[in-house]
Write a protein that binds this ligand. Structure first.
Ligand SMILES: *[C@@H]1O[C@H](CO)[C@@H](O)[C@H](O)[C@H]1NC(C)=O
Ligand SMILES: *[C@@H]1O[C@H](CO)[C@@H](O)[C@H](O)[C@H]1NC(C)=O
Ligand SMILES: *[C@@H]1O[C@H](CO)[C@@H](O)[C@H](O)[C@H]1NC(C)=O
Ligand SMILES: *[C@@H]1O[C@H](CO)[C@@H](O)[C@H](O)[C@H]1NC(C)=O
Ligand SMILES: *[C@@H]1O[C@H](CO)[C@@H](O)[C@H](O)[C@H]1NC(C)=O
Length: 897
């Protein structure tokens, strides 16, 4: 293992590691409203007004009952955060004393000891103030006065000569207006899946930074493959972003960069650092790393996520002249974990028209499987909660996902989020935070956005998980399709579009990230330019022959493969369902139907859900109980997503036709009807139980097309194998028996990282020829690995319509507990699920008054044999509760047929 340096001295003189001292102003804040009728003390930040009022007992949770509306007064008030803190003489002797707000949500004035030091209007920006001359020895007062964002947005709107639409969200969102005029999480004024909770607060840390020389803020890098040397190597160009207070300075010292896995470091001796008028500078250090000395980073399912530690240290030349305890203030360091990998988006002419659009990682075309990430919480200060993030990202990883799209109506996520994505191998499609609206493009706004882009790209750029950037969500298609009545002023908005996304955001991203592709929008036509107008707006940003599409169908049967097209990359597609966690949020006097209706923000209300259920099953949706509606909606969502995803996976073809399927949406911000696969409380919907198989590295897809023609595909995402002998087994069953009545085998060779069409049959003809009735029978396909006879995947086919099936009956499901024990708050139960007839989509729910969180080994499953085993894990703190078979509620589709 060896590293060669382009320009190096190997030595190890740098000391103690600690950097310039960053002192968090964390505890002891006070919150008051405008007339001081409310005061909350002992607040720790990061926080926000909704959290602090709830924590102090002043209000209930905004997520409870109808509180999104009942507590709206919070958002209409102005609030003040105040902190008293002490400074010593020694503190204030430092050359730089900088007060840094890492995130202020959003409109605020900041006072230090009564003096106005700054005004803020962008929650995605870090604000820094030189406070050396304002701080005093003894007690200091820091006051942050927040203006209601609802009122603030209205004031900006009133000041505009011409409206920037949309003015307000649709009425059923119960939202607030003009969020597009604020650089604030766009979903905080309500979305179709989320409540309005127009927050205010200090949503990230506030730090006092003391140093005497230089502070290393960020480290970014560019990897270049060098195959022209004696040995293949990576050129690692490291960019060290430094600060010297808030004005220009000059310092001389040593800058050292090393990969700590290797012994030697690269040292720039006596570097002269000169910062600009904002006290910022970037120093480039290049090093060369032999390819043979490092291992590649791979996405989930394709290899390991090998990471290396890149450490950058600064040491001022005066270090030897000062007393030991002062040395820290002359040094600064920063460590980031990096990965060696290449990523490219291949957009080449296709034989069948259009351009391809797929990701190649380390030179291998990879089909992207995953979902869309919305903020993990509607309150930004809680959206960085590590527990929630870990739970969601590990659920994505365990479901065989290799990509998530960080959607543009939320926040730039936490360092923790990106680090975990690196660790789990989840590639990220990173939107910038502009969604579903027109936006201002005046110079002040652009300047603020430039800073936002610069800071956030520099903060997150080093993460190997980040695959691509897109500057907005759906704003190009919104303008082209006139979603917000912009046609009469099209050229004006198109001009602004170009100014903001192309000339400002794209340019700025490219300055700080030299490696990644930047898409102007999602959906977009990618590199295809021939159909753009003079402003760069495509005639049809949803063209399936180019780039990515967002695809929703509400008026066609989503359970049928023939209703889907073959795009290059589906970055959004989805179906709503009802969650089950209502008991946790319903008030004692609330009417459940009204609560659900209040939280159903879809402009078509729940019609798409009932349409899909009624279209496929013979039930009158409206007359069902809520428990049944919840079950059937989740089943229906899972069926539709399975069908659509399989169209995309089977459709990769030999030409990389379709190479991505990211369904909408992974997570939720409250208990509400939504497109998510995971409920707000962390429990899985049926979809999330299924998605692991739908996205499995090797899978079998049985696709009923037009005229009941059945195609059986085997899909392999494996990359390090040869062609494998496999067998597809087919068995036909009667709906009332466990024994099959007919069996066939189809041996074939499975090609790695490809789809293979194993067999195709005309189902109706086949059944007629065999003297069978499609309404009395179903087919089960199994994929068997010939080498070890392992069952790789299975897939049922229901040739008859569920509405007209015969012989199907009550499977008489019985549960029997075989293991039931609790250790350290983890309760494990094994259940035998016993049936007397084939059972469709068995859902087993855990029901308990207090304990709500649980995981099942599977759910919504089909059972064609008498016994299956189900594992249940339940969070049971202190093992306080006992559970029995009465805590499990079973539903099957059979009971509705
Ligand atoms: C203070 O303001 C709140 C909210 O605007 C209002 O309800 C309350 O009556 C006011 N209290 C006093 C003492 O003015
Ligand atoms: C909030 O402050 C603004 C001025 O900053 C003022 O116009 C408005 O009346 C205040 N709102 C409330 C509810 O006190
Ligand atoms: C600041 O110092 C004063 C005087 O020593 C003391 O009374 C006060 O508690 C200190 N405040 C804090 C926030 O530590
Ligand atoms: C830096 O250069 C000076 C002068 O050439 C030399 O004395 C010193 O040892 C060097 N320091 C390091 C860390 O290489
Ligand atoms: C709940 O509300 C629905 C719709 O408003 C109504 O039809 C129903 O009677 C109510 N249920 C109860 C128990 O009040």
């Amino acid at each position: 293992m060896r590293v060669i340096f382009l320009w190096l001295i190997s030595l190890n003189l740098l000391l103690h590691g600690t950097q310039a001292i960053s002192f968090p102003l964390r505890d002891g804040w006070t919150l008051t409203n405008e007339n001081k009728s409310i005061e909350v003390n002992d607040i720790s930040i990061p926080s926000g007004v909704y959290s602090d009022l709830e924590n102090s007992g002043e209000t209930e949770s905004v997520l409870f009952s109808f509180n999104d509306v009942n507590l709206r007064w919070i958002a209409l008030e102005n609030w003040t955060y105040n902190l008293e803190f002490n400074m010593t003489e020694i503190d204030l002797e430092h050359h730089f004393v900088i007060l840094t707000f890492n995130g202020i949500d959003t409109l605020a004035e900041i006072y230090l000891n009564g003096k106005l030091i700054g005004e803020t209007n962008n929650m995605f920006i870090r604000y820094r103030f030189d406070v050396k001359q304002i701080l005093i020895v003894g007690t200091n007062q820091l006051t942050v006065e927040f203006q209601s964002p609802v009122e603030g947005a209205k004031i900006i709107a009133d000041s505009l000569e011409n409206e920037i639409p949309p003015k307000c969200p649709p009425e059923m969102y119960h939202g607030e207006c003009h969020v597009n005029l604020l650089r604030k999480m766009q979903a905080s004024f309500a979305w179709d899946w989320g409540l309005a909770a127009p927050s205010m607060g200090l949503w990230k840390n506030v730090d006092l930074e003391f140093y005497d020389s230089i502070l290393i803020r960020d480290v970014t890098y560019q990897l270049i493959e060098m195959n022209d040397l004696n040995e293949d190597a990576w050129m690692l160009k490291v960019f060290v972003h430094l600060e010297t207070g808030t004005t220009a300075s000059e310092f001389i010292g040593i800058l050292a960069v090393d990969l700590t896995e290797f012994k030697e470091s690269l040292v720039l001796n006596f570097t002269n650092v000169i910062t600009d008028d904002n006290g910022e500078a970037t120093v480039e250090v290049d090093m060369t790393v032999l390819k043979s000395s490092v291992k590649l980073w791979w996405p989930n399912g394709y290899g390991k996520q090998e990471m290396y530690t890149l450490r950058v240290r600064w040491e001022d030349e005066r270090i030897n002249e000062v007393a030991y305890f002062e040395r820290n203030f002359l040094t600064s360091s920063k460590t980031v974990s990096i990965g060696f990998r290449t990523i490219e988006v291949v957009q080449e002419e296709m034989d069948n028209g259009g351009l391809s659009f797929y990701f190649k990682v380390n030179g291998i075309p990879i089909f992207m499987k995953g979902s869309n990430w919305i903020p993990s919480h509607i309150l930004p200060e809680k959206s960085y909660d590590q527990g929630r993030i870990k739970e969601l990202l590990s659920a994505a990883r365990d479901a065989n996902m290799n990509m998530l799209r960080v959607w543009g109506g939320g926040v730039y996520e936490s360092d923790y989020f990106y680090s975990l994505a690196d660790k789990y191998g989840i590639l990220l499609w990173q939107d910038f935070m502009f969604a579903c609206a027109m936006y201002p493009a005046d110079e002040d706004f652009l300047e603020s956005v430039r800073t936002e882009v610069k800071q956030n790209v520099r903060r997150i750029q080093y993460h190997p998980s980040i695959a691509i950037h897109a500057t907005n969500n759906e704003n190009e298609v919104a303008l082209r399709q006139d979603w917000y009545g912009t046609n009469s002023r099209f050229s004006e908005f198109a001009q602004d579009y170009r100014t903001l996304y192309v000339n400002t955001i794209t340019d700025e991203i490219k300055k700080h990230d030299l490696t990644r592709e930047v898409l102007t929008s999602s959906p977009s036509n990618g590199d295809y330019n021939a159909d753009r107008d003079k402003y760069g707006i495509s005639l049809d940003p949803q063209d399936p022959h180019f780039g990515d599409i967002h695809f929703y169908i509400y008026d066609h049967n989503g359970w049928l493969a023939k209703n889907y097209h073959q795009p290059r990359f589906a970055s959004e597609y989805g179906f709503q369902s009802f969650p089950s966690g209502w008991s946790e949020v319903i008030g004692k006097d609330d009417n459940l139907t009204e609560l659900i209706d209040h939280r159903q923000h879809h402009p078509l209300k729940s019609k798409p859900i009932s349409f899909l259920v009624e279209e496929n099953l013979l039930v009158k949706f409206d007359s069902l109980s809520w428990d049944d509606k919840i079950y059937l909606s989740q089943l229906s969502q899972a069926m539709a997503i399975k069908t659509e995803t399989e169209v995309y996976r089977a459709g990769r073809g030999s030409f990389m036709n379709t190479m991505g399927a990211l369904f909408w949406q992974l997570n939720d911000v409250w208990v509400a009807p939504s497109w998510s696969s995971i409920e707000f409380n962390g429990n899985f919907k049926i979809l999330h139980h299924w998605i692991k198989d739908i996205f499995a590295p090797q899978t079998l897809i049985t696709q009923l097309g037009l005229l009941n023609k059945l195609n059986v595909f085997a899909v392999s995402d494996e990359i390090n194998t040869d062609v494998k002998p496999m067998t597809v087994q087919m068995r036909i069953y009667k709906w009332n028996e466990f024994e099959s009545i007919l069996a066939e085998s189809h041996p074939f060779n499975m090609t790695p990282n490809a789809v293979t069409l194993v067999t195709e049959i005309d189902v109706e003809k086949y059944f007629t020829d065999k003297g069978l009735n499609i309404n009395e029978n179903f087919v089960l396909y199994k994929l068997i690995d010939d080498t070890d006879k392992r069952l790789v995947a299975s897939s049922p086919v229901f040739p008859g319509k569920f509405k007209t099936l015969k012989l199907i009956g009550d499977p008489k499901v019985k549960l029997q507990i075989t293991t039931n024990r609790c250790e350290n708050g983890e309760h494990r139960i094994s259940l035998d699920v016993k049936i007397e007839k084939p059972a469709l989509f068995i859902s087993v729910k855990f029901v308990h008054d207090v304990i709500k969180r649980y995981r099942m080994s599977k759910n919504g499953f089909m059972q064609f044999e008498p016994i299956q085993v189900l594992q249940v894990n339940i969070k049971n703190p202190n093992c306080e509760y006992k559970f029995g078979v009465e805590n499990f509620k079973v539903t099957t589709l059979n009971q509705f047929l």
